[in-house]
Structure formats: structure tokens, C-alpha cells
Design a protein around this ligand. Structure first.
Ligand code: AMP
Length: 637
């Protein structure tokens, strides 16, 4: 099984970051832009940690294909090797009933995998196949050989499990230069421990498909951490406690939904039928996809044709709401929170002692999970990075720290570029200005410019220019469910909050209706120091033009609101206005309208001062109309 490589031409600086997961694995690298996942040729970022061996013990397939055909070749397909790695057969007895293959005892009581055809492989050998596949993927993408990696393991892994993971690396032709705890990698990916600042206590909540881990970390920033050599170090990460459940995850939710569907099908058929393997597999996929859709939708419809053995197949159709799924998941989430309580107790802490919560694992996309975890720890969990990728990204960051590459990276102690939102006409309203030190907070009120708007899009921008198109978009969200109101009436308060780790939380609340929405982003991801310098220089050379354009765009938006209001009044007030006053107003309005139309077509052809004067002229002229309107309403009572 062992493979050797000749790495004499290895790129000296490159160290891979690898998340070797129970279900899926990922590889990442880090350059001055920050860490990024390396996908395979087809764009797949995750590699299922599944290997199928041939009848003679040869490797037949790895990853997606091996997983898809796992039911068909159950006795030759190895998944979840991580559950066995570095453990004795006795230690992993509890796990055996979840595995489709046979596990036997090898030398030193270690667990080994017995496959059909009398092939016996060690869990390390299986992990090595996964690691080698990831290394080959990286080599193909980078175009030069790579022989070093940082590999992550759960915080609770003992020495034997860590050593076995190193052995797997060696078998794959990789020098595992460091083993990093998964929660530590997740924290690093969010910039925690990368710069100075106060010590922080961090909870890493990792809920995947089949496992749940909660880890409590104490992070002492580098500057305050004396006694460490700092050529390749971050802050100091101490694992205060870990807890969890090795058999709790999204798969349980799939089973709960499956049981619900199955029960209803039986009820409809009036008898209990035993579903064949293919129907059970179809029901499982149906349940998982419904669960995933309900993370972004409030209800979804499932449908399946069941061949019940009777003449006509049974068509099962059902709508599932998010509220129904939430009810089904109540006990399941309670189990995870009970483990959180245990971890806190072991660390001698209360939820209020936790400064940050980091979400890891695909099941943390479930809104109820985010909500309940946020409530439990009384803080907004970190969700900005993909929860499936955050550990690999952190491993790549650790790798780049070790190879000295982070020196060129942008680390967060001040906000390098201004942050704001897009406003009417594509202009930018900046809420936090560059060089503000973190943490930072700003709020501003906005409104709508269209009548009856019930959904308001908020686009988060980064940069120094005045127009959205010249800035970097960091993300967007919609504030939905706003009751229809005339333009300019809704009061939308937008809050920007950048915490000490540089993570930006944007929230918007419509004050009249109380509707609220938000987003979390990591502003510095993908940004280099050179880019920051270039953006600043560009803003400087375009400053005059940009200011003029911003002014004109604002004038267009404000003139449109004024013109709309005046036209509505002119129509309503009929003969309350004398003809000459009416004509005077109409003439000024027509001039302003023409100027706005011209500015919309070509802003450069309009003189902003003249535009401003016209708008002021209309404002002054309409004062009388306003007064007549008030007097009329008073008279009518
Ligand atoms: P992991 O083991 O971290 O790869 O997580 C896999 C689990 O996350 C599986 O149970 C998936 O069904 C679940 N998952 C992935 N995406 C979503 C989503 N958008 N909503 C709910 N569960 C998800």
C-alpha cells in the first residue's frame, strides 16, 4: 500500500492544509490572498472519505463514486475509517454496528478492516488513500509536487490516534509537519489568535452528518504569549474541554423525516410494508433533500412513487413546513445542547463566559440549530465561512504560518477599506471608514425610493470609491415582509458591527414593522495588501469625479421623490391653487424633471450646481402649496 515519491523539486514553501474528516475530506492552500479550497477537475470541493477495494485488495474507487455505489459493494467499501484509526478493537466496539464492513483485531489489538476476498487493511491505509487523492488533486492544480501537509484531527484524539494519522500521511507520501486540532483550525480561519488583542474563550460547535463535537478553547494572543518561539506560531490555543456524541448528526434528522414519511405511507396503504433497499435509499435521499431545502425555504413538497406490490403504484405527496421539521428536531437539538452544558461544566464555565461561538459542519446550516445555539450561548455564532470548509481553511492558514507566508497577508487590527451599503442610483453610503480600529460599530437610517416596496435589498460594499460598481461586493440580503408604504416612509436602521476578530455583522431593522434581517461576512478574505494600496490610489485619482457623480446620483434620487410628491399634490388640490401659481410650479417641476432625465442618461453632461439650484427653486416654490395643503386639512378637521 505504501507509495513513495521523489520530491526533489518540491516547491519549498508549499504546505497543504488537509481536513481529514469522518465523512468528507478537503484540501486547501494559502497564499497572500488568504486560504482557499482546491477543488477537483469537476469542481467538487469535498472528497467523500470513502474507498472501495477490488476483490484482490486493489483500490477500485475513491470519493463520490465509491460512496454512490457503497450499498452495492458494501462488503468492499470502507467509510468512516477515522472512527477506527489508532484505536484497539475493544475501544471501537460501539462503532462497529454502524459500519457495513467487518472489523477484526490486528497486531497490538488494533482494529483492522476485513474485506471480502480475505483482504485486510488498516484504517491508516484507508486514510492514506484519501490523503493521497487530495495530494494528487493539489499537485494537479498547483503544477508542482507537494510533500508536506498540516492535517487536522478532533481535539479529543489521543496520542495513538494522532500518531496513526501521521502514519497515514507517511503512507500517502506526505510529511505531516503538524497535527492541528479541528476547533483550533476553525478559530484560526476566523482570524482568532492571528493577531494581538485580549484573550478569548471560544466554543466550537461542530455538527456534521454523523458526529457532534463541542470544544471550549482558550486563546491567548501571540503578543501576550511569552515563552513561545514566534517564527511559526499563532496565539496559544488551550483546549479547556471537549464533549459531544459520536453518533449525533444530520443523518438522525434524515431518519426522523424518513420515519414520518414511512409511517404515513403505511397508513395510506392500510398496512405495514417492508420497503426494499432501493425504496429505503430513495426515501433517505428524499428526506435529506427536503431537510436541506427547509434551511432556506419555509415549506417544501416531497413526492415519491411507491410500488406497493398492488396493481397501481402509490403516489406519496406531502408538504413539510419548517415549523414541522423544527418540532421533529426538538429532542435532537436538546441532546447537542446537553453536551454543550457538559463541556462548559468540565471547563468550569457558564455560557456567559464564552466570547465567541464558531459553527462547523453541514448541519449548522439548519436555522433552528443556529437559533438555539445563539440563545444558549447568548451570542451571535460565527457562520460567515462555509461550515464544511472552515477547518480545511484554518489548516491551510496554519500551514502558511509555518512556511512564513502569512507575513504578506492582511491581518486585522484596523479596517483596511471602508465598509458601507449601496443606496439609490448605485451610490455608496459608507458606514465605517478605513483605518478605523476594531472593534467598530455604526448605524444609519435609510428609506425606500419606490412606493409599496415590501422587500428591501441590502448590498454590503467595501472600498473607497463613491459608486457601488467600483467597490467590492461582500454579500447581500433582503429585508422581507415590510408592509407596503409610500416611498420614503419606511425607516430602515442599518447597523454595522465589526468585532475584535474583524468579522462584520450587518443587520437591518424596519422600525415601523419590526422586521429584521442580517448577514455576517469576513471583509478581509481574498484581499491582499497590494490590492488595498491599489484601491486607495484609484480612489485618490478619481476623487473629484467620484464626488461629483455621487452628488448627482443623490440629486436624482431626491428630485424624483420631490417631483412625485408635488405631482400628487397638484392633482389632489384641484382648484385650491390659483392658475398662475399652478403654472409656475409646473414649469419649475418640468425643468427639474428634464435635468434629472439628462443626468440619468449622461451624468457628465449635467452641472451639479445648476441641478442643485433647480431643486432648491422647486423646494422654495412648493412651500406655499404645502401651507395651503395644511390649512385645508385643518379646515376639514
Ligand atoms: P458534514 O459531515 O459536516 O459534511 O455535514 C454533512 C451533514 O450536513 C449532512 O447531514 C447534510 O445533510 C447536512 N447539510 C448540508 N447542507 C445542509 C443544509 N443546507 N441544511 C441542513 N443540513 C445540511
Amino acid at each position: 500500500m505504501a507509495s513513495t515519491t521523489s520530491d526533489s523539486t518540491t516547491h519549498p514553501d508549499c504546505i497543504l492544509g488537509i481536513d481529514l474528516g469522518t465523512t468528507n475530506s478537503l484540501v486547501a492552500i494559502c497564499d497572500e490572498r488568504g486560504p482557499r479550497i482546491i477543488p477537483d477537475d469537476s469542481g467538487h470541493r469535498m472528497l467523500p472519505s470513502v474507498v472501495r477495494f477490488g476483490p484482490g485488495g486493489e483500490i477500485e474507487s475513491v470519493g463520490d463514486e465509491a460512496r454512490q455505489q457503497a450499498v452495492q459493494y458494501a462488503e468492499r467499501t470502507v467509510h468512516s475509517a477515522k472512527r477506527l484509526v489508532g484505536r484497539s478493537l475493544r475501544d471501537c466496539a460501539d462503532d462497529l454496528r454502524y459500519l457495513g464492513y467487518q472489523v477484526v483485531e490486528g497486531a497490538n489489538q488494533t482494529a483492522r478492516i476485513q474485506l471480502a476476498g480475505d483482504t485486510v487493511v488498516t484504517p491508516q491505509e484507508v486514510s492514506a488513500v484519501v490523503l493521497r487523492t487530495l495530494r494528487d488533486r493539489a499537485v494537479a492544480a498547483l503544477g508542482y509536487p507537494v510533500s508536506k501537509a498540516v492535517v487536522t484531527v478532533p481535539a479529543y484524539f489521543d496520542d495513538a490516534q494522532r500518531q496513526a494519522t501521521r502514519d497515514a500521511g507517511r503512507l500517502a507520501g506526505l510529511d505531516v509537519v503538524r497535527i492541528v486540532n479541528e476547533p483550533t483550525a476553525a478559530a484560526l480561519a476566523y482570524g482568532i489568535g492571528m493577531t494581538g488583542g485580549e484573550p478569548q474563550t471560544v466554543a466550537v460547535f461542530d455538527l456534521g452528518g454523523g458526529t457532534f463535537d463541542i470544544s471550549i478553547l482558550r486563546v491567548i494572543p501571540k503578543s501576550e504569549d511569552e515563552g513561545q518561539d514566534d517564527d511559526d506560531s499563532t496565539g496559544f490555543f488551550q483546549v479547556l474541554s471537549t464533549a459531544g456524541d459520536t453518533h449525533l448528526g444530520g443523518d438522525d434528522v434524515d431518519r426522523l423525516l424518513m420515519d414520518l414519511f414511512q409511517g404515513e405511507i403505511n397508513e395510506a396503504l392500510g398496512r405495514t410494508i417492508t420497503f426494499p433497499a432501493e425504496t429505503r435509499q430513495a426515501l433517505r435521499l428524499l428526506a435529506e433533500s427536503a431537510k436541506i431545502r427547509l434551511s432556506s425555504e419555509s415549506e417544501t413538497t416531497v413526492s415519491l412513487v411507491i410500488d406497493s406490490g398492488e396493481e397501481a403504484p402509490h403516489q406519496y405527496v406531502r408538504t413539510v413546513t419548517r415549523a414541522q421539521l423544527n418540532d421533529l428536531m426538538a429532542d435532537w437539538i436538546t441532546r447537542a445542547l446537553t453536551a454543550c452544558r457538559r463541556a462548559l461544566r468540565d471547563a468550569d464555565m457558564a455560557p456567559a463566559d464564552i466570547d465567541r461561538v464558531i459553527m462547523v459542519g453541514g448541519s449548522t446550516r439548519i436555522p433552528l440549530v443556529r437559533e438555539r445555539v445563539g440563545e444558549f450561548f447568548a451570542c451571535e455564532p460565527y457562520t460567515a465561512l462555509d461550515p464544511d470548509e472552515v477547518v480545511a481553511l484554518g489548516a491551510a492558514l496554519q500551514a502558511s504560518i509555518m512556511s512564513g507566508l502569512t507575513r504578506d497577508m492582511l491581518l486585522m487590527d484596523v479596517i483596511p477599506l471602508s465598509l458601507g451599503i449601496e443606496t439609490a442610483g448605485g451610490a455608496v453610503a459608507k458606514l465605517i471608514f478605513r483605518n478605523t480600529s476594531v472593534p467598530a460599530r455604526a448605524t444609519e437610517m435609510f428609506s425606500t425610493n419606490v412606493d409599496g416596496q415590501t422587500s428591501i435589498r441590502i448590498t454590503i460594499l467595501q472600498g473607497e470609491r463613491e459608486m457601488a460598481a467600483d467597490c467590492r461586493s461582500l454579500g447581500e440580503f433582503h429585508l422581507r415582509g415590510v408592509p407596503p408604504m409610500p416611498a420614503g416612509i419606511p425607516q430602515v436602521e442599518v447597523e454595522f458591527l465589526v468585532d475584535a476578530n474583524g468579522i462584520l455583522n450587518v443587520s437591518a431593522i424596519e422600525k415601523r414593522s419590526g422586521k429584521r434581517a442580517g448577514i455576517q461576512v469576513v471583509p478581509n478574505y481574498g484581499l491582499t495588501r497590494e490590492e488595498v494600496d491599489r484601491i486607495e490610489a484609484e480612489a485618490f485619482s478619481n476623487a473629484r469625479d467620484d464626488m461629483e457623480r455621487h452628488r448627482i446620483v443623490d440629486l436624482i434620487a431626491n428630485s424624483r421623490l420631490d417631483l412625485k410628491w408635488i405631482r400628487e399634490r397638484l392633482e389632489k388640490m384641484g382648484d385650491l391653487l390659483d392658475d398662475s401659481y399652478r403654472s409656475e410650479l409646473e414649469a419649475i417641476a418640468a425643468k427639474l424633471d428634464a435635468c434629472a432625465v439628462q443626468a440619468e442618461t449622461d451624468w457628465r453632461s449635467v452641472d451639479a450646481n445648476r441641478f442643485h439650484t433647480l431643486k432648491e427653486e422647486l423646494d422654495r416654490a412648493s412651500v406655499r402649496m404645502h401651507e395651503i395643503s395644511i390649512a385645508d386639512s385643518l379646515r376639514k378637521g
